[in-house]
Ligand binder design. Sequence first.
Ligand code: SF4
Length: 384
Amino acid sequence: MAGIYIHIPFCRKACHYCNFHFSTSKKLHQAYVDALIKEISLKKDKLKQLPAEGGFDKGIKSLYFGGGTPSQLPPDELKRITDSLRCHFGWDNDIEFTLEANPDDISAEVLNAWRDMGVNRLSLGIQSFKEKDLKYLGRQHNAALAERAINLARDTGYNNINIDLIYGIPEQTTKDWEENLEMFISLNLQHLSAYCLTVEPRTPLHVLINKEKKNKPSEQQAVRHFEILLKVAHANNMIHYEISNFCFENYYSKHNLGYWQRKPYLGFGASAHSFYAQMRSWNVANTSVYIKNIAEGNTFSEEEQLDEKTRYNEYVLTALRTLWGCDMDYVKNIFDSRFYNYLVKQSGKYLEQGLLSNTNHFLVLTDKGKLFADGISADLFMVD
Ligand code: SF4
C-alpha cells in the first residue's frame, strides 16, 4: 500500500512546545505550492526508472497533508497540489485522504472545500479541552473553539475524525485529563492520538522552564495519565494499536499503518522524508532553501540506501510500538541469523519481567511494557 505525505510548513503562531519545521509567514504560500508541484513531477519521473515504479505503479492508497498546519493554506492552493497528484499518480477509489487542521482555521466554507477536493478524514489539533492547558502549551485556539470545530466538522458530513490530545501537562490534574478523555468519548469520534508532553531542546517551552516561568512536566504524572488513558480505552472498547494511537473498529489510520508496516511512501515538501526500494531520502528542512533549490534546479534532498542493520533496527522500532508487535519469524527469515539470535537474547529479560509477551512468535509490549517502549526498543537495537 503506497502512501503520499505532503508537508505544509506554515502555522499561525508558534506553540511553546513545538520543534517541527514551520514558518508563521504567509508570504511564501504560493511559491511553496509551485515548488511542491515541481517536486511531484520530478519524483514521478525518477520513479519511472524503477521496477514497478518503486511500488507506486498501482495508485495511491493514502494521502496525508501534515505540518505545520495544512489548514493555513487557502483551499485553492491545496487544490492545486491535489490536482497535480491526481495527474501524476493514480488514486485508489478507496483512498484515505487525511488533512490536519487547527480549530482556529475551521469554518463551514473550508470544510466543504476540503471535502470537495477529496478529504475524507480530518485530524484536528485539539490538544486539550481545558483553557489552562491550552495556555500552557501556547496554543492559538481556546476550549470553546475546539468543541465548535469538532461539531462543525461532523455537521458538514465528516465521519472519520481524529483528535490529538496531550497529557502530562504540569497544570493538568488527573481530573482534567479524565475529563478530556470523557469529552473525547462523548463526542463519538473515531480516532484519538494521545501524546505525552515532552520538552524538546531549543523550544520556547524549554527556555521558559529554564527561566522558571513555566513548571516542568513530571514523569510520575505522565505515567499516571498514561495509565488512565489505557483504562479509559479498555473500558470503551477502543483499539490501542500503536503506543500513541487509539481507534474504534475499522478506523485505523491507513496512512500511519503504512509507516509502521514499512510500506513505501513518498514525502513532498520541506523536511519531508520518503521510503521506497530499500532507500530513504529526506528533503532540506528549510522552506526558503527548498523553494530556491527547486526553482533553480539544484539538489533539495539527500538519500541513503538502508543497510541490513538499519532495516532491522527500524523494523524493531516501528513494529514493537504496534498492537501486532515484532514478528520473530520475519526477523528470522529476512535478516541474517545474527539478528534473530540477538533479538532472542536481548528480549529474554523483558519477557521474564512481564514487559514483553511472546504470542505465536510475536514479541508484544504488555501494558506495563508500554511505559518503557523507547528503552526496550533501544535495547533490542543492533549497535555494533
Ligand atoms: S500548530 Fe502544530 S506544527 Fe504549528 S507550531 Fe503548533 S504544534 Fe507546531
